[in-house]
Design a protein around this ligand. Structure first.
Ligand SMILES: *Cc1c(COP(=O)(O)O)cnc(C)c1O
Length: 429
């Protein structure tokens, strides 16, 4: 007999391309039927067949407090009762902007949008408008949403033109995007030497979380800062994932580097659609209605979404919140490593704040190439074994995982028990 999950997936594929509204949800990378979720509470989610899982995806990052936190839900209900949208300024947007600029002092001004994609797309336009330069630099393996100029992979020569990584993006658009290797400041210096007067911005995930998790090397972010300052380019930290996830001041606070612009999303919406971009006041003055760079949004700063975000931002200010989240995440990855070692599996894991990476290779990767060298087949078997044991990891070897404040010893213990079984199966070939 078919499960309800399978029936729903079959039906969905008739009316939704691939049966999903965002591609990685389709389980193409790991194979099998995606899990349809019916509800969530704290660290748990329940699927359409009422099976319970410990969730390490957290809606891909936003749910730092776990599912359906009572105070967040209450804030949403109260805001909804007051009206769903006004398309006019509200006091809650002001409060949100004050919280963000208070926590992230590099963001002297901030504007709210409805997704991370909108935030990065606009930050790029703003950097180009502010500098009057056409080119941008990004790093292979970093994801900055699905705007045309950011859907790029490296061209044949490292300093040549970027190639579109999606159909439907004209090469003329990606010709302005230079794609370099993450953690390689020498390449960036060469790019600036060659065409520094044309580079408007360098955009980076200060902790990469969209090619699994890759930490920035010690000097990498500092070199980015120094080179952007020297050549008059705008340094954009894309903290859509790391903002309020790796610490209260984001990755910029963790590493002590001040970007010119920052993009946020995910946690700042607390599970509702909110994104933001902000930074240096002189740059932000270039945005409409003050300046010539256009940006707008019917639902920007939506009061119901902002209510969820505000409630979340207030709760993460609790003393020791990120210390506890980090300690739990560290405990999870250390115990996973120990379990793999006991089973004799080539495996490594690491974390930054409440995000983590697991790799089927002996050492955590430092480059995109090393991520690609990990054993994907082993990950997929590990993944399905965990899923069968009620542990929900991201359905791809190239995604970071997330721990929430609702995860504690009991969930970690249950995860390690499931991992023991999963690693054990991998030793039988
Ligand atoms: C998720 C993500 C985005 C895109 O955000 P959406 O809300 O999915 O559009 C951009 N940048 C980074 C670093 C992300 O992790």
């Amino acid at each position: 007999m078919k499960s309800r999950n399978e029936i729903l997936f079959e039906k969905s594929q008739r009316v939704i391309p691939g049966g999903v509204n965002s591609p990685v949800r389709a389980f193409r990378s790991v194979g099998g039927t995606p899990v349809f979720f019916a509800r969530g509470s704290g660290p748990y989610v329940w699927d359409a067949d009422d099976r319970r899982y410990i969730d390490y995806v957290g809606s891909w990052g936003p749910l730092v407090l776990g599912h359906a936190h009572p105070q967040v839900v209450k804030a949403v209900q109260e805001a909804a009762a007051r009206g769903l949208s006004f398309g006019a300024p509200t006091e809650s947007e002001l409060e949100m902007a004050e919280w963000i600029t208070h926590c992230l002092p590099s963001m002297q001004q901030v504007r709210l949008v409805s997704s991370g994609t909108e935030a990065t797309m606009t930050a790029i336009r703003l950097a180009r408008g502010f500098t009057g330069r056409p080119k941008i630099v990004k790093f292979e393996g970093c994801y900055h949403g699905h705007a045309d100029s950011l859907l790029v992979k490296a061209g044949s020569g490292a300093l040549t033109l970027g190639q579109p990584s999606s159909a439907g993006v004209p090469a003329e658009i990606t010709a302005h995007t230079i794609v370099l290797d993450y953690n390689d400041a020498t390449m960036l210096e060469a790019a600036f030497k060659a065409q520094g007067d044309k580079i408007a911005a360098v955009i980076v995930e200060p902790v990469a979380g969209n090619m699994n998790l890759v930490k920035p090397g010690k000097e990498f972010l500092a070199a980015l800062r120094e080179l952007c300052t020297r050549y008059g380019a705008v340094l954009i930290f894309d903290e859509v994932m790391t903002g309020f996830r790796v610490g209260l001041q984001g990755a910029q606070g963790l590493f002590g580097i001040t970007p010119d612009l920052t993009t946020l999303g995910k946690v700042i919406g607390g599970g509702m659609p909110v994104g933001a971009f902000g930074g240096r006041r002189d740059i932000m003055q270039s945005i409409a209605p003050l300046g010539p760079v256009y940006q707008a949004g019917t639902l920007s700063g939506n009061p119901v979404a902002v209510a969820a975000g505000l409630a979340t931002l207030k709760l993460v200010q609790a003393p020791g919140f990120f210390e506890r989240l980090s300690a739990n995440t560290t405990m999870l990855v250390e115990r996973l490593q120990a379990t793999a070692r006991d089973a004799g599996i080539a495996f490594s894991a690491q974390s930054v704040g409440g995000m983590f990476g697991v790799y089927f290779r002996a050492q955590p990767p430092e480059t995109y190439a090393q991520v690609m060298e990990s054993d994907k087949a082993a990950f997929n078997r590990f993944y399905h074994s965990l899923l069968a044991e009620g542990i929900y990891f991201a359905p791809s070897a190239y995604e970071a995982g997330f721990v929430s404040a609702a995860h504690g010893d009991a969930q970690i213990e249950a995860t390690i028990t499931a991992a023991k079984i999963a690693f054990g199966k991998l030793t039988i070939t």
